[in-house]
Ligand binder design. Structure first.
Ligand SMILES: *Cc1c(COP(=O)(O)O)cnc(C)c1O
Length: 418
């Protein structure tokens, strides 16, 4: 499932001992396994081989250049959400005909850049956005393809902050409006509206919510067909869940078995946007113990990484497995594993039974390859950590640790304060 394993009681990433990397790059840092990324991508590709979908990695999950290059080399497309992501993914030679662009708030600059780049299609989230894209395409004299992101109004059975497919959420277009747009296509001569898109949320561990959504989409496609509206693409979004704790998520093959019959029925070219499934378990966050504190009521293992580096526990109450890089014989007790940031929400684990490690010992927060580094900030004037990739017995820093100079770039004291 992933390539972070203990050999001789020491955590390795593929063939490299993780503590060796820690010595070289310092802590904290993110570490990615090239092989795991390829393996997860290939698993989806194989499971869906029959329909040969366009698999667009949702790069908001992990936009490290080495990760993007790894996946582009495997033939992945990309699901982007900003012009920054577009520019970044172009650097790894991604095929624009495999790029899809979602976001409820695309700006004129972003739309212009994406049309010029010749992306596969925009996933459009509202009528005003559709009109804006038509106007910009007209200016550029370039017809552009559109998939309407529909909001199927289904619950995804996941954390509220990562549910996107109900009408309480800002995403997508309700079915009635979508139908209206498709029937009035002539009003948008610079658009070819030939796709539907649906993404109902993230970390979904069973196929039921997907099937529920797909069935709604199929019914909708049936209505459109009766009205003589042809479609070419169906983009089923991302959202496949992974193991963080004791989840029993479906495998790519389980998911394919459950959903393929429905997808085949549509006769449309399928696009998928997995993010977490590919990157989540392909990364870890390594940090070092500073202190073990006991306030008489509770114990705290204080480490040098913080919520500014890894926000998921604080933002989503996410559970992450935590392991000592070197298997420890120290007595195990209940403790919180926390960072140095001045927030009570700065934690990686709560009430965890964990060995009483000592200063300098190294630990890894597992399954942090998705929505980890990308959400890091400079809160508390902390430089973001480096990102490292392992491939076989090699490793390289793919993004350097931010220095104080990096943090100060662009900041000044105004004249009127001098
Ligand atoms: C976030 C997102 C994804 C990826 O979600 P995962 O849960 O990481 O697979 C795919 N599509 C869209 C539109 C998204 O917003």
């Amino acid at each position: 499932m992933h390539d972070f394993k203990f050999k001789n009681n020491e955590l390795h990433c593929e063939s490299v001992k993780v503590s060796t990397i820690a010595k070289k790059v310092g802590t904290p840092f993110y570490l990615y396994s090239h092989h795991t990324l390829v393996d997860h991508f290939t698993k989806i590709q194989k499971a869906f081989k029959k329909i040969d979908p366009i698999i667009c990695f949702a790069m908001k999950a992990n936009d490290n250049l080495a990760v993007l290059k790894t996946l582009a080399d495997e033939g992945a497309g990309f699901d982007i959400v900003s012009v920054g992501e577009l520019k970044k993914v172009k650097k790894v030679g991604a095929d624009p005909k495999k790029i899809v662009f979602a976001s409820v708030g695309k700006t004129e600059e972003e739309i212009t850049a994406a049309i010029k780049a010749g992306i596969l299609f925009f996933n459009v989230e509202s009528l005003p956005e559709l009109e804006e894209i038509n106007a910009i395409a007209k200016k550029l004299k370039k017809k552009t393809q559109i998939a309407l992101r529909i909001n199927p109004d289904v619950e995804a059975a996941t954390h509220a902050k990562i549910t996107t497919g109900t009408l309480r959420n800002k995403f997508g277009i309700d079915l009635q409006t979508a139908r209206h747009i498709l029937n009035e296509q002539k009003k948008y001569p610079f658009l070819k509206i030939n796709g539907l898109h649906v993404h109902i949320g993230s970390q979904i561990t069973s196929s039921a919510p997907f099937i529920h959504a797909i069935k709604k989409v199929i019914d909708f496609i049936g209505v459109l067909q009766k009205e003589g509206i042809p479609l070419e693409y169906l983009d089923i979004g991302g959202g496949l869940g992974i193991v963080y704790h004791d989840e029993k998520p479906q495998t790519a093959q389980d998911f394919a078995n459950a959903i393929l019959p429905y997808l085949e029925k549509t006769g449309l070219k399928i696009v998928m946007e997995p993010g977490r499934f590919i990157a989540g378990n392909a990364g870890i966050f390594v940090t070092q113990v500073l202190y073990l504190k006991d306030n008489g009521f509770k114990k705290f293992l204080i480490v040098d990484g913080g919520m500014n580096d890894l926000l998921r526990p604080s933002l989503y109450d996410a559970y992450h497995d935590v392991v000592a890089l070197k298997k420890s014989n120290a007595k195990k007790v209940k403790m919180d594993i926390v960072g140095p940031i001045c927030e009570s929400g700065d934690f990686f684990a709560k009430d965890r039974i964990f060995p009483q490690l000592k200063k300098g010992d190294l630990i890894a927060v597992m399954s942090t390859g998705a929505y980890g580094y990308v959400m890091a900030s400079n809160y508390n004037v902390r430089g973001r950590p480096p990102e490292v990739m392992v491939r076989g017995n090699k490793y390289a820093i793919t993004k350097k640790r931010e220095t104080f100079q990096d943090l100060m770039r662009g900041e000044c004291i105004p004249e009127f304060l001098k």
